[in-house]
Design a protein. Sequence first.
Length: 368
Amino acid sequence: MHYIRLFKQPRLLPTASSASSSSPRILSAKITITTDLGESYLMSDVKLRAEVEVHGKSLGSGKEYIWKGTNGMRSLEIQIPIKVPRGVEQWTTMVVAPAENTYGVDSLEHVLAISQNEGGIVKVRSRSFDLKTGATRSEGMAERVFSTGFGRRDKIHIWEETGESIARHIWDAGLVLSSYLSSLGSSSRPAGSLPTLEKFLSTQQDINILELGAGCGIVGITLAKVFSDRINNILLTDLPEASEILEKNLSAMTPDSDVSLCNFCSHQVLDWSAPLPQDVRSERWELVVVADCTYNPDVVPDLVHTLTRVRDGNPGTLVLLAMKVRHDSEMVFFELMEKEGFGIVEKCKVPLGMVGEESQEIEIFVFR
């Protein structure tokens, strides 16, 4: 999967005629297109479309660009002429997306569909800014919006940081796992289903779910949206630096959904190298979720130790793991899990198409 990212947030450029509030202005931003961790750029040529939206509606016709990946492009300047309207504040958003539907990833259902094809490119939405004053909301952040798909109308709003922190971005394994979870119970299921997990989520009531290393929270939020009628409590945990983004994304759950979702979905700090917090120790956890947390072998022993402590207080709990293997050292996770008595109940592989590259795989495991 590739992701359009904002190098520079949109800003209004001064022009010679800008003294008049109704004069055309230039809205400028800089974008790049990379893989989830930013380790490589899109190497194909792709047509993009940049638009400006006010209250979800396009302001003007937008503008098309070509990302020239075959020429080694690393960034692209976006400049859209706009007419600043008179009157009250106009809170505006810039949206940059693939111009062709072939590469579009507008829903979690699309994630699984494009995985079978040529790959996808996830569009980006800037933070809101006022056309007249330049004031901004959510400084240093950008938004991804996905519909859940599979016959549902829910939307998943995920804010990311626009800086260099990979901890506060969507990663491929989290996105694919979210898509897989959304597909359960539908006819559009990826190859290699997980019957134990599916039965658990379709028959169990009052489920308590703990997510470790939640990052920006896409997996936990998807679970809360899709299985809201079966969940009693879902707790998203990570290190302190992820707290702000988790809080924002949990707050974004309510605009198009029942406010009651926030009553059972929360977040808190959980450091794998520290003792379990009292409220985590005392809760009955039926499912523990881990997505793309095995990439750093230095912290894997602490991760496995945390899983063991949760399991010891909750015999029979399921551990759901999604990973994209990036290097062989990640296999130490499985060795340590086996030593602690965890067994693999079931597993599957979900293909992940890549534009202009060989396809990759996301592996999903259920342990007990």
